[in-house]
Design a protein. Structure first.
Length: 238
């Protein structure tokens, strides 16, 4: 079985039978570092429980699996979104066809393998790839794709943390492809009632779009409030 085996569908059964369940500590009780836990596996239940607590896996080469809840957490409040004039013009021109959940595995594969000038290697290991494809099959992970004809030229993916959305990674092969995919994701989430996006770690690109950092506790409060709303972010509207 892979890390995304879902044989035990009911959490109570999982607690009783599966010794690989990670019992994550409350991130509020770990104030001196970003790493919350070390070890365990990428079982679906571990991932879902992690995201519900504001924790995500981020493999480090040579280490056991590491689980993070950064002391500074980057988010985009949609009311603070800053769209550069050039990007707005490109959006109106609509150079790409933008879709949701049409090619999840292709998007995460591209995110893992696209060359980035400031990075060596990738944290999207084969185990991560399989685990997140498993989350997607169960309806918990989603992708946005940018197409030029029939060619995938950009996109992003992330996880629905029970009514809040955590963006994981993005890539582009054509100018602005990932940015336009992000704008469509934001528009989609707004239509479903969400007003912010978890981007985990600040980057210059996201800061230019209006992202800001929260303290860990501020983020956890915001996550809890979003989850309490029980928003339906990607399923069929009732």
């Amino acid at each position: 079985m892979s890390e995304t085996d879902t044989s035990y569908r009911h959490p109570a059964e999982f607690f009783k039978r599966d010794v690989n369940l990670i019992r994550f500590p409350d991130p509020r009780d770990a104030p001196y570092g970003d790493i919350i836990a070390v070890g365990g596996n990428l079982h679906t239940f571990n991932l879902l429980r992690a995201y519900a607590q504001g924790i995500f896996p981020w493999p480090i080469e040579g280490w056991p699996l590491t689980w993070f809840s950064p002391q500074e957490r980057a988010i985009i409040e949609f009311k603070d979104l800053k769209i550069p004039r050039s990007l707005s013009k490109e959006r109106r021109r609509a150079p790409y066809r933008i879709t949701i959940d049409e090619a999840f595995s292709d998007v995460i594969h591209a995110c893992a393998h696209v060359k980035r000038p400031d990075e060596q290697g990738t944290w999207i290991t084969p185990q991560m790839f399989r685990a997140y494809c498993g989350l997607h099959e169960l309806g918990h992970a989603h992708s946005v794709e940018a197409w030029e004809g029939e060619t995938l030229v950009g996109g992003l993916y992330g996880v629905d943390a029970g009514g809040a959305f955590a963006g994981e990674s993005m890539f582009y092969l054509r100018p602005n492809a990932s940015k336009l995919a992000l704008l469509l994701l934001i528009e989609h989430l707004q239509q479903r009632g969400l007003d912010w996006l978890d981007i985990q770690v600040m980057t210059p690109h996201m800061e230019a779009l209006g992202a800001r950092n929260l303290t860990r506790n501020e983020f956890l409060d915001k996550l809890a409030a979003a989850r309490a709303r029980n928003l339906n972010l990607f399923g069929a509207k009732s």
